[in-house]
Design a protein around this ligand. Structure first.
Ligand code: MEZ
Length: 582
């Protein structure tokens, strides 16, 4: 096949503009004179592609520019090329031989136009064969999942001298950690000291255990609290900014660490971890689903069988495997199986949070615990999958029902606040705040950007916009502000009253509870070794993050998830590297 020189991106754009609506991106490129081999380099005369789709992506960037340059050109308010998903590959959204679809539409419902969205479900040309052998068919440590737990485990194992491969079934890295908003809990940090916050490891341990209704594993809970400050320091050593500290529900002190100004913690941390992984040249394979854990005759986990999007099935032998594949909040059937009352509820999670990692571990004899402990988060924007971070309430917002009245301590634990909302008219509430709260937390700008916030110059004007009785909303705000002035919430016993709500303008977001976190999972010991039903560790098998059970008991406190991923990810990486050593 002749390899013609690339068209200029201008000429290509003109040719693509004339594409028939049912074209796929590949056929339109073909008509524009782009040859297959320009996107799929020929290996021994055949077009090949690896699961990371490296060559097609390099070709996209060569002709069209990278995400940053495309993002800078966009005039639209919703800029799909400059999202919180960070640097992702072009082919995540722009598919060659099938309909293209913006990845963000898994969670959002923007009116985004993406070229070739109407491509017919045509059979793609015979799947291109993989680009020869994958980089390694043997690793010291295989990590399954690329959220914060997986990335930290991989980086730690690498730094301990192990050869590591990360396998991610989604086309992008970051998992649910990418969406984490409010902060990372830690006690006894320099950040808290600088702000004069009184807290201790013991208080964090107590809050976590009590928040989990005493169901948490005491050793794991204590470990989470004890290592939390070191985990913040670890992230900082990789370049993270965790200088802001706020208070979350169920915490007796402000201990949720996040970037300055109150920006979302998850996208920031994932960016830092991606950069750390790139610096170490870690072998990260996306579009790579693990279908089976390999086991030796004596019950040791010895590797994985992988289904690569293009490569097909292959095995990867390993000295140790770390499972960090997350929970199952995006799997409505599984949620309903364990909690029928949550059937049909929205979820705040990324689409990959389906729980297949739990199956992998259970199939190899790992014990599952607390599977029915599923958390609904009180504040998902009504009619969406967009989490309105608890930090908005933590920084002073109140919850008001359709009658314009407060009804609960807004920074109670999530289970209690969610149930209180479900008891209100329409099973929803308005999160009401003022310009003071808005200014205190950068993340709120994102909710304006997404059109989720209703606005009024006065409480009465806001009430008109959201359809609640104006006098009632005015009276509610007056009573709340009086409580803030008196430093005592006699009505609902809210323990923290950070600021009065008097600074115009006034804002409201309608929220409903949504499935947010699954506390149950594989049982582990404090060394992150996966335990079998007889209580013995399964050799060569480690797990960290939401795929495990036991840290959060019956209810996780906001900010404890990212904390868990870093602390247990570090332990898993260290111990897996040691276990993999011959
Ligand atoms: O830990 C969480 O789930 C969290 C902090 C969520 C949020 O409301 O921001």
């Amino acid at each position: 096949m002749p390899i013609r020189p690339f068209l200029t991106s201008l000429a290509l754009a003109a040719a693509l503009g004339a594409a028939a609506p049912a074209d796929s991106l590949a056929t339109a490129h073909g008509r524009a004179g782009v040859t297959c081999a320009q996107c799929h380099p020929l290996v021994k005369g055949k077009a090949r592609v690896d699961d990371n789709e490296t060559a097609p992506n390099a070709a996209c960037v060569k002709c069209h520019g990278d995400l940053a340059s495309l993002g800078a050109k966009t005039k639209e308010a919703i800029n799909a090329h400059a999202s919180h998903l960070g640097q992702i590959a072009c082919t995540v959204c722009h598919r060659g031989h099938e309909a293209s679809r913006a990845y963000c539409m898994n969670c959002h419902s923007f009116d985004l136009k993406i070229p070739f969205a109407a491509a017919p479900a045509q059979p793609a040309p015979a799947r291109p064969k993989p680009a020869g052998k994958a980089k390694a068919d043997r690793a010291d440590v295989v990590v399954i999942g690329s959220g914060a737990a997986g990335m930290v485990a991989a980086i730690t194992a690498h730094d301990a001298g192990a050869r590591v491969v990360i396998l991610e079934k989604q086309p992008i890295t970051g998992g649910n950690s990418m969406l984490a908003a409010g902060g990372m809990n830690a006690a006894g940090t320099p950040q808290q000291a600088r702000k004069g916050i009184q807290d201790s490891v013991e208080t964090m341990r107590e809050d976590t255990f009590k928040g989990g209704k005493g169901l948490g594993d005491p050793e794991l809970v204590a470990l989470l609290a004890r290592e939390s400050a070191a985990s913040v320091a670890y992230l900082e050593s990789l370049g993270a900014d965790l200088s802001d500290v706020g208070r979350m529900g169920g915490a007796s002190a402000a201990r949720a660490h996040r970037p300055s100004g109150g920006a979302a913690v998850g996208a920031h941390i994932v960016g830092v971890l991606r950069a750390a992984a790139a610096k170490r040249k870690l072998d990260i394979r996306v579009n790579a689903r693990v279908v089976r854990l390999l086991e030796s005759k004596d019950g040791r986990i010895t590797g994985v069988e992988v289904e690569g999007r293009h490569r097909g099935r292959y095995t990867l032998q390993a000295g140790a495997v770390v499972l960090a594949a997350g929970g199952f909040s995006s799997n409505p059937e599984r949620v309903a199986k364990y909690q029928p009352a949550f059937k049909g509820m929205t979820s705040s999670n990324q689409p990959g949070a389906t729980g297949d990692g739990l199956d992998l571990g259970a199939e190899r004899g790992g014990e599952l615990k607390d599977m029915a402990q599923i958390q609904i988060h009180p504040s998902v924007a009504a009619g969406s999958r967009i989490l309105i971070t608890e930090a908005v309430r933590g920084n002073g917002a109140i919850l008001v029902n359709k009658e314009g009245r407060r009804f609960f301590n807004e920074i109670g634990t999530r289970d209690a606040v969610s149930q209180a909302i479900l008891r209100q008219t329409g099973q929803s509430a308005f999160m009401v705040f003022d310009e003071g709260v808005h200014k205190s937390l950068k993340q709120i700008d994102g909710y304006f950007h997404l059109g989720l916030v209703k606005t009024g110059d006065t409480p009465e004007a806001l009430a008109q916009v959201i359809g609640v009785p104006p006098q009632a909303l005015r009276a509610t705000l007056d009573a709340y502000n009086a409580a803030v002035d008196a430093k005592q919430d006699g009505e609902f016993n809210r323990p923290d009253l950070p600021r009065a709500l008097r600074t115009p303008r006034f804002f409201a977001i309608e929220v409903k509870p949504g499935v947010h976190y699954t506390m149950g999972g594989l049982r582990i010991d404090p060394g992150t070794r996966v335990l079998a039903k007889d209580g013995k560790a399964i050799p060569g098998f480690f797990a960290a993050g939401e795929v495990t059970g036991g840290v959060h008991g019956a209810n996780r406190l906001g900010g404890n998830s990212i904390s868990e991923t870093i602390t247990f990810g570090r332990i898993a990486g260290r111990n897996a590297a040691a276990a993999a050593r011959p």
